[in-house]
Design a protein around this ligand. Structure first.
Ligand code: SF4
Length: 221
């Protein structure tokens, strides 16, 4: 996919907005890959406000990947209890054991290596690579995919092939500097979570509305 004509304007507007309105989230104040990983596991299918309660509790009980790897399944379950989808906790526990056993306690940097860990799919691999290691890789979850589809209206095949193309497209948009790419990925998350909502997008207050192809269509109608 070629870079669309509205890409530059979109990126400028998005970054400007993010620098003023970024959500202050505890996992954004760290680059510790273990902490970023814990946040990403918790955020799967769970709202930020709920994760905010469980995240510090989990980390005070299991502050390192080593501490988590040594825990018994029952202890992990107790600390996770109330957050739901316990399978995530079981996968996180197995992941910690794998990292200690096979990677000398170091969480891998490369998305391809991350994907081989228990419970890590393409999005989580990208998220850890960019949010912990500041790698220039895309992290496309449902919210980000929605934003990109609305702003650029790309023609994509359905299914996994379309998702891979969208991810490659997201990567092509990333700013060159790794720290700015980190901000850009976080900004996409915030826009999808707070403005470009699934059912009722808040176009009237959207910082990228003048660069958005969906909003242009709406304005012309
Ligand atoms: S203008 Fe509307 S559709 Fe476009 S990104 Fe903003 S909220 Fe989403």
């Amino acid at each position: 996919m070629r870079v669309p004509t509205n890409a530059l304007s979109f990126k400028r507007r998005l970054l400007k907005w993010y620098r003023r309105h970024a959500r202050d989230l505890p996992w954004r104040r760290t680059r510790d890959p273990y902490r970023v990983l814990v946040s990403e596991f918790m955020l799967q299918q769970t709202q930020v406000s709920r994760v905010m309660k469980y995240y510090p509790r989990f980390l005070s009980r299991f502050p390192t990947v080593y501490a988590l790897s040594r825990a018994r399944p029952r202890q992990v379950r107790e600390v996770w209890d109330g957050l739901g989808y316990y399978r995530r906790a079981a996968n996180l526990h197995r992941l910690a054991q794998t990292v200690v056993r096979d990677h000398a306690g170091e969480i891998p940097v490369e998305p391809e290596q991350l994907r081989r860990l228990p419970g890590v799919g393409p999005y989580t691999a990208g998220a850890v690579a960019t949010f912990a290691y500041e790698r220039r890789v895309a992290a496309v979850d449902t919210n980000v995919a929605r934003v990109l589809r609305r702003v650029f209206r790309p023609r994509l095949a359905a299914g996994a092939r379309g998702e891979r193309k969208l991810s490659a497209f997201a990567e092509s948009l990333l700013p060159r500097r790794p720290t700015t790419a980190w901000e850009f990925n976080q900004a996409l998350m915030d826009l999808g979570a707070t403005i470009c909502l699934a059912r009722r997008p808040r176009c009237e207050v959207c910082p990228v509305r003048f660069a958005c192809r969906t909003e242009c269509v709406r304005r012309e109608q």
